[in-house]
Design a protein around this ligand. Sequence first.
Ligand code: HEC
Ligand code: HEC
Length: 160
Amino acid sequence: MKFRLLPLTLLAVFGLAVAAGPDYPLDAPAPDGRRPGGTITQEFTPPPLKDEENKDLKRERNYPEQPPTIPHTIRGYQVDTNGNKCLACHSRANSARTQAPMISITHFTDRDSQTLGAVAPRRYFCTQCHVVQHDVKPLVQNDFENIDDLLYHENKQNEQ
Ligand code: HEC
Ligand code: HEC
């Protein structure tokens, strides 16, 4: 085969593959996850978004390393290359004026364990880890137990 025919051949092969369509049944039941019921290809009207809680109340953390949930609304707070609205209140320099808790020391540490003078790039996009609070039930059931409950049950077992 001449080499310059290669693109044409590739195009023909891929064209055929696309024309063949998906290789899964269109009416396959969707996995019962966040959106229970229906089939994979079926579109549902999503449920309305719940309002963010704005109560200024901390929630218990499930484990010490858990990023605390955000106890205030963040609607309209922009975080991009030009600015970070969160740091307007939570940075070292601004936290005294705003009385927002300062980002902790871990947020200044880069991946080589070097402590920087400002927020580390890997901590810049706050909502990658911190989420707002909603009054909703867990989407997926789980049997997570926090460490206090675990230890309590273990002690109970040892006593028996
Ligand atoms: C206008 C100032 C302001 C802005 C902007 C702001 N915060 Fe806050 N934040 C606060 C204050 C004040 C608190 C203390 C609790 C309260 O009053 O809600 C707080 C609390 C928090 C907490 C809880 C800390 C803890 O120890 O439980 C988190 C997490 C947080 N903010 C994250 C964010 C993120 C992420 C953004 C940006 C999307 C942001 N904040 C933007 C003022 C602000
Ligand atoms: C990679 C995940 C991650 C990112 C990104 C991140 N945080 Fe955190 N944050 C955490 C974790 C985990 C904790 C709790 C443990 C700790 O302090 O490191 C925390 C704690 C905090 C606290 C509580 C501090 C304290 O002393 O109690 C505040 C406030 C906060 N973060 C704000 C922010 C803001 C503002 C940003 C964006 C500039 C941000 N975080 C980005 C993971 C993250």
